[in-house]
Ligand binder design. Structure first.
Ligand SMILES: [Zn+2]
Length: 425
């Protein structure tokens, strides 16, 4: 692969500072899949004058977007349950009666691997078309070794097929499976002593996640799962304080979690502990919106404590059937009161940190992966402002231009196949 330089572009570097870290009339040079130089075009060093040139035609370039919290791999859907909730039943009520997560567990266990892959690929295609170059996918609808392994293999294969940077999280502590309904300890034994060792040994896990909530797992149970993760050298993440204050933020910080996610009911002490531990707050406005929650996450306290805030889709069939990260940018501002700059940082540099990838992607900076997106916009605020638009012109991953997601012809396999073969740094 030859050296290549993008000219005639405005760069939103997201390297801290004001105004998206913007560089007007910039140049961005790529060598061996990484960003090798960037700055004002007039400062481009002579050595790059002989590189192949891509004319960005005035586009804005941002880092590739990062969706750092999804449950994208699942079978079936829960449209009927959505109808029930609209008729007045609560999420907790539905979950207590075998609906909710357990309905998706039944469908996901029953699906063969190819069916699961095809259904998930359709969702990922929509998500990726909005300039997403890194995605996290959680397990947690298998809740038994074979089905959890199936989900995680599908996630890995999706990453390869789409040429995306893909991180997996093992979420065995998502719900108590029905066969262990009266044997919580036995399920945790199986999770910590059977599933986790086998899945980690097979290289299927990048992090361990848990759902710490009254309708899921207690703080003590979560602590046990995290202790097992530590034994395997795996970082942890936590679904924390979404529906009630269960001390999740402090628990995540205690284990130096990469992130604590949701956080609507997180308390002040927990937030301060997150700041000290370097734990990222992942905000999920899609679930807040879809569940019609009233309790806002403590944005002002997170800001005051200096906790980095990421934003993700939480793509899942029950509480956030959403495959648009751009829509989440808008919702993070309209519902949660983030500034456009905070929102964009939330799907780039801070999302990278939430996945332990802060030194690899999420900013336009020398040495980082050349994962970036060309947008047909007048200002980066346009990405946050418009609802339902997709101004993505081109996606570049590891320095290789991907086919336009707007081409509208052929299956995702044809559109992404060439690109998926590009070597990753
Ligand atoms: Zn989630």
């Amino acid at each position: 692969v030859n050296d290549r330089v993008w000219l005639n572009a405005n760069l939103a570097t997201l390297n801290g500072g004001e105004a998206f870290g913007a560089i007007a009339d910039g140049a961005l040079a790529v060598r061996e899949g990484r960003i090798a130089w960037l700055g004002a075009r007039s400062d481009l060093p002579a050595e790059w004058r002989s590189a192949e040139v891509s004319d960005a035609q005035g586009a804005w370039i941002t880092p590739g977007l990062i969706d750092c919290h999804t449950h994208l791999v699942y079978a079936g859907n829960r449209a009927a349950e959505f109808g029930e909730r609209l008729a007045g039943r609560s999420y907790a009520e539905i979950a207590a009666q075998g609906g909710g997560i357990l309905a998706t567990v039944r469908a996901t266990r029953a699906a063969d691997e190819e069916t699961l892959f095809a259904a998930s690929a359709r969702r990922l295609e929509t998500l990726a078309a909005e300039g997403v170059t890194t995605v996290e996918i959680k397990s947690g609808y298998g809740l038994e070794l074979a089905a959890e392994a199936k989900m995680l293999r599908v996630a890995r294969r999706l990453g390869e097929r789409f040429g995306l940077r893909l991180r997996t999280s093992f979420l065995g502590a998502h719900a108590l499976p029905p066969e262990f309904a009266h044997a919580r300890e036995a399920y945790l034994d199986s999770l910590c002593e059977e599933m986790l060792p086998a899945l980690a040994g097979a290289g299927l896990i990048d992090a361990v996640d848990a759902f710490c909530e009254r309708i899921a797992f207690s703080a003590a149970e979560t602590r046990r799962v995290f202790a097992a993760a530590v034994r395997f050298g795996l970082p942890v993440k936590l679904h924390a304080d979404q529906l009630s204050d269960g001390g999740g933020a402090a628990l995540a910080a205690e284990f130096k979690a990469l992130s604590a996610d949701h956080l609507e009911y997180a308390n002040e002490a927990g937030i301060k502990a997150m700041a000290r531990a370097g734990t990222v707050a992942v905000l999920l406005p899609g679930a807040f919106y879809f569940l019609r929650e009233k309790q806002l996450p403590p944005i002002a306290a997170l800001r005051a404590a200096g906790v980095p805030m990421a934003i993700a889709t939480d793509a899942n069939p029950g509480s956030s059937p959403c495959t648009s990260l751009l829509l989440m940018l808008n919702m993070a501002c309209t519902l949660f009161g983030l500034t456009p700059q905070e929102a964009l940082a939330g799907v780039t540099c801070h999302a990278a940190r939430a996945l332990g990838l802060g030194d690899q992607c999420g900013r336009l900076a020398v040495g980082l992966a050349a994962d970036f997106v060309l947008w047909d916009i007048d200002s980066p605020i346009d990405l946050v402002y418009a609802m339902g638009a997709n101004p993505c012109r081109q996606i570049v991953i590891a320095g290789s231009p991907a086919p336009s997601p707007q081409a509208g012809e052929g299956s995702f396999e044809r559109r992404f196949a060439t690109h998926a073969m590009a070597k990753r740094p």
